[in-house]
Write a protein that binds this ligand. Sequence first.
Ligand SMILES: Cc1cc2nc3c(=O)[nH]c(=O)nc-3n(C[C@H](O)[C@H](O)[C@H](O)COP(=O)(O)OP(=O)(O)OC[C@H]3O[C@@H](n4cnc5c(N)ncnc54)[C@H](O)[C@@H]3O)c2cc1C
Length: 247
Amino acid sequence: MARPEPRELTVLKTDDVTPHMRRITLGGEGMASFPADQASAYIKLVFPTEGEGRPLMRTYTVRHHREFEIDVDFVVHDTAGPASQWALETQPGDRILVGGPGPRKLLNPDADWFLIAGDMTALPAISVNLALLPGDARGYAVIEVLDRSDIQALVKPDNVELVWVINPEPDPSGQVLLERITQLDWLAGQPAVWAATEFQSMRKLRAYFKQDRQVPKTHLYVSSYWKMGNSEDQHKVAKRQDADTAE
Ligand SMILES: Cc1cc2nc3c(=O)[nH]c(=O)nc-3n(C[C@H](O)[C@H](O)[C@H](O)COP(=O)(O)OP(=O)(O)OC[C@H]3O[C@@H](n4cnc5c(N)ncnc54)[C@H](O)[C@@H]3O)c2cc1C
């Protein structure tokens, strides 16, 4: 089936959620064709390039979906690219082309306990996943943020423990999240695992969950959301190669 054309949305509001997270609320007539209930689905923001070149696309998550409005939370990172720069500069009334939404990737609910992990790029999706868990769910969410002031109040079941990892520098070794996760008390029974983070970190987590913890495919979602030193276009290529060679 042909993909629907990106729709034009209007910036309604901008807000700083925390020092390194900027929220842009999008709405307008283009939302009339946006399907219902898309919190945590991904969207593609389209940035035209000079001349005849192909536009640049950047992937983001629907943090909240209200009738005719979505919130998108952008990490403000040091080496800004077109999307993070746009988020810093855009003003109410500006317009942007938005493709998608693509499928929502939620935790497998059929599990004894839950483990969610990720960095700030995954915080929007993690927030939605946590809020959708049943009230009696148990487990952990391990979340890497750039600064203590980037910690957010999240809706979650009482017995899901939030573990914040403060790391002001991107971690080229990809070890930071893994080290904290290996210190957790691994609970009994079948876990469902959801993790999204930087490419190297994703590879470390994937190896740990698959090989050390034998989490079956049915209960494991692990994805890289960005790659240090790579634009999203370069990251996409690395991701494809990695998927071809991953065990
Ligand atoms: C399914 C999915 C959902 C995503 N949802 C979100 C979301 O809701 N919010 C969000 O902020 N991001 C999200 N991301 C990640 C986002 O797409 C990337 O961070 C993207 O590279 C940002 O585009 P850019 O134009 O700012 O930078 P690019 O032009 O892609 O890259 C420019 C430079 O910035 C670096 N860079 C990119 N991201 C980061 C970062 N987070 N920290 C430090 N350096 C970085 C790159 O390595 C590169 O050196 C998501 C990714 C995927 C695949």
